[in-house]
Design a binder for this molecule. Sequence first.
Ligand SMILES: Nc1ncnc2c1ncn2[C@@H]1O[C@H](COP(=O)(O)OP(=O)(O)OP(=O)(O)O)[C@@H](O)[C@H]1O
Length: 229
Amino acid sequence: MTDIVFDHVSHDFGAERVVDDVSLVLGEHRIGIVGANGSGKSTLARMINGLVTPTAGRVSVGGLDLARHAREVRRTVGFVFTNADNQIVMPTVREDVAFTLRRHKLDRADAAARVDAALHRFGLVELADRPAHRLSGGQKQLLALASVLVAEPAVIVADEPTTLLDARNARLVGEHFAELPQQLIVVSHQLELLDGFDRVIVMEAGQVVADDRPEPALDAYRALIGSPR
Ligand SMILES: Nc1ncnc2c1ncn2[C@@H]1O[C@H](COP(=O)(O)OP(=O)(O)OP(=O)(O)O)[C@@H](O)[C@H]1O
């Protein structure tokens, strides 16, 4: 696994401090990040591939400081956006999945086989030639996952990847996550998605308030937001 290091990291949007002096070393295989709306989870996740730059402190991935090596880091970190529209770049579903592989120097047959496997895995085969922008919200979310995972990045950061999925597709994504050999960092309000994870971080007002195995961490989170088990 790759060590992702946050060293006294803060981030301000204007006068608002949304990440407040966070220090973490993320080296486990599967890590969940939970917290109330606005607690800073997405901002923290986005710092892992330089989409957001810290106002103070440093973030590094595999020893590479994001402030100097964002481009190299992005080659190893795949980021799945909450809003899939942010990452759809090609006209059709198949082309969009294939686009991620453009820099991988695969021959055409290998690339096509990888794209077909990703379409199949996320239930997108029938939609392969449809305009990507006209998919439903949940279908776009599946496309966003397929488009990132097809490249098999060493680290996958997924920001609420299942919010729009029906129960069957959410389970499918959960099962796929459980089988992935790569390091996975998932921000989610769907706590069952984090079953079997190695570690869960709970954020509150920009700070890490619990950091533990999933069961105790999620108990602490439920207590924090006043939610029954
Ligand atoms: N681009 C931005 N400009 C200004 N403020 C922002 C921006 N992005 C986020 N914020 C603010 O930063 C705070 C933290 O936002 P963030 O998206 O990190 O929270 P979150 O924990 O992921 O929330 P949610 O669970 O609702 O997705 C919020 O108060 C939000 O309004």
